[in-house]
Design a protein around this ligand. Structure first.
Ligand code: SF4
Length: 429
């Protein structure tokens, strides 16, 4: 059975929940916020907290409309990240196609003309909270409790912005109560009723979630490991919890798994970009995973290209080669000109020669990302009227964080590897 190019299997198989309990088709879809806007949302939420259960969401008006439009062969604006390869060239839609293409006949027969389906989600991306021990400079408070604490401690929260209302103590409590009762029940029911075929552990930091360990142990106890594909995006700072080891006690008992260990640079530069990273610990944990892996797609380095990370492109590829693993590569998402962690903040006359050098010396996924990046407009082209203001704001924020975190390495130190870029950075002081 052939499917149209725009039809994605995610709306029939998968469900995503943010740490603030926002629901989306998947983590890459661009939809309207329900309560509090997330970083790639297309419109702000109400700023009030009105939680939605999975049952209300799954065949609610929005999901029915998505399915109807996909079945009519429409290209959905919500799926722009996949349609236009905004994050990477190996798009998320293809992942669902590989995993669930055998369900296509069921998709066709289970879907009513109004877009409702009798299928149930079997693929789960539930982010139980924003609990995380890292403060990566490309991240923020919605995805990291360490970021949240820092924002609170240094009075950096803009309370006039409705998107931050989720951090108000009373709303924070309501979210926690909904997570403890409804969300736990939804996932626990899926585990107990053997409805987990694929699970994506992201965060926050999933290996910090007590829920990760509890539910994965239960899946193994129920003898369901043999039908489960487990996927991780982790900072790999810990692989043991409560006397259990991730590789030995959990992943050795599931059908297959993939662990994408985030690393945006090696050594001190990597530790600068991802505050909290101890590079040596990361490497030791990664090597441990390699001892348990049975094929090269299981342990992967997940590299997000940033402005300081441009200096790391060769070192990361070399590390992947040394470890004998595949490299996943993407570019940090940029939705406004103050995202100075994006390489696209550089004007073309600085960015393109640098990219050309790196493209010549790169291969595979990294090369694809660099080539694609070269075809994209730089910030000064995309936002000519607000570029200067955005750059000043983003740069000031970088310096503020360096001061708060007492960073031993700075953006300027890292960019000194590329003198013309350092000069540009310093010019905007
Ligand atoms: S096409 Fe991409 S963005 Fe849309 S639902 Fe599928 S995976 Fe998500």
């Amino acid at each position: 059975m052939q499917k149209s190019k725009s039809l994605c299997l995610a709306p029939w198989t998968h469900t995503y929940l943010s740490p603030q309990t926002e629901r989306r088709m998947c983590c890459a879809s661009r939809e309207s916020a329900q309560n509090f806007a997330q970083y790639i949302d297309t419109s702000a939420g109400t700023g009030r907290y009105i939680p939605i259960t999975l049952e209300q969401h799954w065949n609610g008006e929005h999901m029915r409309s998505v399915r109807q439009r996909m079945m009519a062969g429409e290209t959905l604006p919500e799926c722009e990240v996949c349609n236009d390869q905004l994050l990477n060239t190996d798009v998320y839609r293809t992942y669902f196609e590989h995993l669930f293409r055998h369900k296509l006949p069921e998709v066709m027969t289970s879907t009513a003309p109004d877009g409702s389906t009798t299928m149930q989600p079997v693929s789960w991306d539930y982010r139980f909270s924003n609990l995380c021990n890292f403060k990566c400079r490309t991240c923020g408070d919605m995805l990291s409790s360490a970021w949240e604490s820092e924002q609170r401690q240094h009075h950096m929260i803009d309370w006039t912005n409705p998107k931050n209302a989720w951090m108000q103590p009373e709303i924070r409590q309501e979210i926690a109560a909904f997570q403890d009762s409804q969300i736990e029940k939804e996932f626990s029911d899926a585990v107990e009723q053997h409805r987990v075929e694929e699970v994506y552990w992201v965060g926050g930091e999933p290996l910090m979630y007590e829920q990760h360990w509890r539910y994965m142990v239960r899946i193994v106890e129920l003898n369901d490991g043999g039908r489960v594909y487990a996927r991780y995006n982790t900072n790999l700072s810990r692989v043991d919890y409560g006397g259990r080891n991730l590789f030995r006690n959990i992943l050795a008992h599931v059908r297959d798994w993939q662990l994408c260990a985030s690393l945006d640079g090696v050594g001190a530069t990597g530790e600068y970009i991802r505050t909290g990273l101890d590079y040596d610990v990361w490497l030791a944990n990664f090597r441990q995973g390699l001892q348990y892996s049975s094929h090269p797609r299981q342990m992967r380095i997940d590299f997000t290209l940033t402005l300081p990370g441009m200096t790391q492109v060769m070192a990361i590829q070399q590390l992947a080669q040394e470890l004998g693993v595949q490299l996943l590569a993407k570019v940090v998402f940029s939705f406004s000109p103050d995202i100075v962690m994006s390489p696209l903040v550089l004007p073309k006359h600085l960015l393109h020669p640098w990219l050309d050098e790196l493209i010549d010396a790169s291969s595979g996924a990294m090369r694809d990302v660099l080539v694609h990046l070269k075809s994209r407009p730089t910030f000064d082209e995309q936002w000519p009227d607000t570029y200067a203001q955005g750059l000043a704001k983003g740069r000031a924020r970088v310096l503020q964080l360096e001061s708060i975190r007492k960073s031993s390495t700075s953006m300027a130190d890292i960019l000194s590897a590329r003198p013309a870029v350092l000069e540009w950075w310093n010019q905007h002081a």
